[in-house]
Design a protein around this ligand. Structure first.
Ligand code: ASP
Length: 490
């Protein structure tokens, strides 16, 4: 219900603060469960195979053939219910984000390109975007290599721990290698030609982001070439759809604090804390490198090309960063990144709707940096010395491999297979780092999304498509005054 005319609106806690509270609570509760809940706890409740029990596998058996979960107690069933409910909430939220990602790219990019009305400008923005993406990715991976060569994290893992890690995660590592092998079956030319969808509806149905970008560009260009009487209604339809979807993002984001709690609590509860101890120096190397990008590189580039300060930038994109951290997926975070960059940072839609979807698929600074550290770390575990030539090969391969890789959890490890192959480091070594991969995935995805937002700001700034901080404040204040629940503006 709308407030009475003279009742002042109560100032609500900012969205990013609410998400931070969800995140911190999720970490605390997850840690408590992680430490307090051991396999003995399960056994005392009649559950001998927790994974099968949680998945509802009634027929699970132990190695000796006896039933694994013979007589689970009521408490055990309640725990399962709570865990599955939390899982459900997190999955539902991620699904809603993915549901929004395809239509928001499609409609907003068509609107962006057709309103640009200028093919020369479009090619300039395209060239600039891809150029900056490639350069920042190469810089990130070089930082990763530098850090790993200076710190030498491999030297901090005793031989016994190495063997144990390789053994524990062997099966998962093999799975990643198989996934990578399937992807590699395509040649460079095939990948290039595949950018053009042979069936646009197939591209949309399959959620192939790069093909959707190409498709939207093509339709947008087509619309600029027909008389306004014909193109007008189509553009108006796409504009209406974009507005409607953005409203859906706003509604969805109101549930983000709870969803972030649900996503994080499960990850932390399942985290192998003992493994984290063994891989601490390696993990710190990755996180330190990512922090370097966020604190030094991005603010520097922003200041140099746009004059936007780190305070304004980070305050605007905080919700997207927090979501990227919680979901470990830049594609799922895309709708929120677009909302933050447009509304809170002031990048015009025609730039953001082109630069951000492209970035979510091809720009992965955090992933590239992580691959640099991981490749050198694994080589160190095998006492291999990577020379300058090898390290340059890593920069080249990782930069190219990042193009066309979907922004989904775990994609970086699959790409790592290709990077290791290029320098002859044993692929089995991937098993050594899998224990902490989800945690590092969350951190690198945050960097990936930050990098995308930074490039969108730089491109907009250099094209005169960036609103001033005052203008953004004014618009946000107007929107707040209008009230979210009230009838739509005319
Ligand atoms: N999860 C990352 C992303 O979505 C990719 C990766 O695995 O590094 O950006």
């Amino acid at each position: 219900m709308a407030d009475a005319p003279n009742t002042p609106r109560r100032k609500k806690l900012g969205l990013h603060w609410q998400i931070i509270i969800g995140l911190v609570l999720g970490i605390v509760v997850g840690l408590i469960v992680n430490v307090a809940w051991t396999s003995n706890t399960w056994a005392s409740m009649g559950v001998d195979n927790p994974a099968a029990f949680l998945a509802g596998d009634a027929a699970a058996v132990l190695e000796d053939g006896s039933p694994a979960n013979a007589d689970p107690s009521v408490v055990a069933r309640t725990v399962r219910f709570v865990r599955n409910s939390v899982d459900f909430l997190g999955d539902l939220f991620m699904r809603c984000l993915r549901f929004i990602a395809v239509p928001i790219v499609l409609f907003s990019l068509i609107v962006g390109v057709s309103s640009l009305n200028n093919i020369a400008k479009l090619s300039r923005i395209g060239g600039k975007t891809i150029g900056i993406y490639l350069v920042t990715t190469a810089v990130a991976i070089s930082f990763g290599l530098l850090l790993a060569n200076i710190v030498r994290p491999g030297n901090f893992v005793p031989q016994e721990t190495r063997d144990q890690l390789l053994l524990t995660y062997q099966a998962e590592a093999e799975e990643d290698q198989q996934t990578a092998a399937r992807g590699q079956a395509q040649s460079g030319w095939e990948r290039l030609v595949n950018l053009v969808p042979s069936n646009p509806f197939g591209a949309i149905a399959g959620g192939n982001m790069l093909q959707i970008v190409v498709l939207s560009l093509a339709i947008g260009i087509g619309l600029t070439l027909v008389p306004t009487a014909r193109s007008g209604p189509v553009i108006a339809f796409c504009e209406g759809m974009t507005d409607a979807i953005i409203k859906l993002v706003e509604i969805l984001m109101r549930t983000a604090p709870v969803a972030v709690f649900a996503l994080i609590v499960i990850v932390v509860a399942d985290l192998g804390l003992d493994v984290l101890g063994a891989l601490l120096v390696y993990s710190l190397c990755v996180v330190g490198g990512l922090a370097l990008m966020a604190v030094v590189v991005y603010p520097l580039v922003l200041k140099l090309f746009t004059g936007v300060g780190p305070g304004r930038f980070y305050k605007a994109i905080a919700p997207a960063q927090l979501l990227a951290f919680s979901s470990a997926s830049s594609s799922a975070t895309l709708p929120v990144t677009m909302e933050c960059v447009e509304k809170r940072l002031g990048v015009k839609e025609e730039v953001s709707s082109f630069v951000l979807p492209l970035g979510a698929t091809i720009n992965m600074d955090g992933t590239a940096l992580y691959q640099g550290v991981a490749a050198v770390f694994i080589a160190q575990l095998y006492s291999m010395n990577l020379g300058l030539g090898d390290q340059l090969a890593i920069v080249g391969t990782a930069t190219l491999a990042s193009i066309g890789t979907a922004g989904v959890p775990g994609a970086g490890v699959v790409m790592l297979v290709i990077v290791l192959q290029s320098v002859g480091v044993p692929l089995e070594g991937i098993a050594a780092i899998l224990g902490v991969d989800r945690l590092l995935d969350m951190c690198r995805t945050t960097c990936n999304v930050t990098g995308d937002a930074m490039v969108a700001t730089v491109v907009a700034g250099t094209e005169g498509e960036l609103s001033s901080a005052e203008e953004v404040e004014r618009r946000l204040a107007e929107e707040e005054a209008r009230g979210f629940d009230e009838s739509p503006p005319n």
